[in-house]
Design a protein around this ligand. Structure first.
Ligand SMILES: NC(=O)c1ccc[n+]([C@@H]2O[C@H](COP(=O)([O-])OP(=O)(O)OC[C@H]3O[C@@H](n4cnc5c(N)ncnc54)[C@H](OP(=O)(O)O)[C@@H]3O)[C@@H](O)[C@H]2O)c1
Length: 336
């Protein structure tokens, strides 16, 4: 192997509020020895995900916090460039949760091979990966979409939201997306076939705009963002509404969670279901989910967008950009 330098991104400071560049550091190290049963992987793409913000706090959650002065870790697509495994070979593309660096050594069980005949390998981090599965199981299992129902999705132009809205359309629903720019709302309607979309940053009165756009009320609210946006949508839910609680990005940088309206009376009187979930709850059904998403992709019932930033050195910038809404579709970093 020619290149022996392994660049890595460390977390060196726990962010308070919105993270900035001072929380991260690019360092170089060597590449560890390849052991039997292991593979050497060259990182091609990094997945940049909002949940990583939670791991930057030193707080108990469903996943352990990142350690200070250690390499960040997340979804990676890479190419096997050397193998001491009987199941993986040079040239295989794999996906797994690995460190944010140029080269990783991984055990066989840490990675899964990607079938790159269906779609480009990067989609294993997006529509054919964790975000796609999140959209699929959250909407289909918790949302239980029925024909002609009204579905509202927040964070609609992101990795999960773009797929939620399209799956809702496949189920014959009326779909409204909420996103943070006119470019995004136009994309949702013109390219992805959403029925309506609202720019929450410019709508003078969000609840009023939602009410006008959803004259029959809201049957399913797929919540990616929480906060004021969710308060407005939840005030419009119908009897027996379902609310898959997927993400709360508007609160991830809050040092103190603000108190909103008490929503329990509305949930109670409208017999509504609000259910939080983590995609890994459905791990034993991931193969089924990927198969379904791949079929829809092949049938051209699903489209996807990727926002690709070039260079490992720009990975922290791409991460910070999530909180400013810089991405349309799945945020990736192309490393090599
Ligand atoms: N439960 C699970 O297992 C699971 C799995 C994956 C993701 N998630 C969650 O699902 C949500 C979406 O994830 P993703 O990967 O698809 O990210 P994403 O939507 O691709 O990227 C984040 C987007 O959030 C929006 N945003 C940022 N700050 C906001 C704020 N203060 N208020 C409203 N919107 C804001 C921005 O779009 P705008 O321009 O529209 O503001 C930004 O582009 C996140 O909350 C994430 O944590 C949950």
């Amino acid at each position: 192997m020619e290149q022996q330098i392994n660049r890595q991104i460390l977390l060196i400071k726990r962010p308070i509020g919105i993270p900035d560049e001072s929380c991260f550091k690019l360092v170089t190290s060597g590449i560890p020895q390849l052991l039997n049963g292991h593979v050497l992987i060259q990182t091609r793409f990094l997945s940049v995900d909002p949940y990583m913000r939670g791991r930057m706090n030193d707080r108990k959650s469903y996943i352990r916090p990142f350690q200070l002065d250690k390499v960040l870790n997340g979804g990676i697509v890479g190419e096997v460039i050397e193998s001491k495994s009987n199941n993986f070979f040079k040239g295989d593309f794999v996906v797994g949760n690995l460190d944010w660096q140029d080269y990783s050594i991984a055990e066989e069980k840490e990675v899964r091979k990607i079938n790159h005949e269906i779609a480009p390998v990067s989609t294993a981090l997006g529509i054919l990966g964790m975000p796609g599965l999140t959209a699929y199981f959250g909407l289909v299992e918790i949302g239980q979409p029925q024909i002609n129902e009204t579905v509202v999705v927040s964070g609609a132009a992101g990795a999960v939201g773009t797929i939620v809205g399209q799956i809702a359309k496949i189920h014959g629903c009326h779909v409204l997306g909420i996103a943070g720019s006119d470019k995004k709302t136009r994309y949702l309607i013109d390219e992805l076939g959403f029925d309506t979309a609202i720019n929450y940053r410019t709508a003078p009165h969000l609840r009023k705009a939602l009410k006008e756009a959803c004259p029959d009320g809201v049957d399913i609210y797929f919540d990616n963002v929480g906060g004021d946006i969710s308060d407005a949508v939840i005030s419009l839910i119908n009897k027996f509404a379902r609310i898959p609680l997927c993400g709360q990005i508007s609160l991830y940088n809050e040092t103190q969670i603000p108190t909103g309206p008490r929503i329990q009376p509305r949930l109670l009187t409208y017999s509504a279901l609000m259910k939080g979930f983590i995609v890994h709850n459905y791990a034993d059904r991931f193969d089924e989910g990927i198969r379904q998403l791949a079929d829809w992709l092949k049938e051209k019932k699903l489209k996807y967008a990727e926002n690709v930033v070039e260079g490992l050195e720009n990975a922290s910038k791409a991460f910070i950009g999530l909180f400013a809404g810089e991405n349309l579709g799945k945020q990736l970093v192309k490393v090599s």
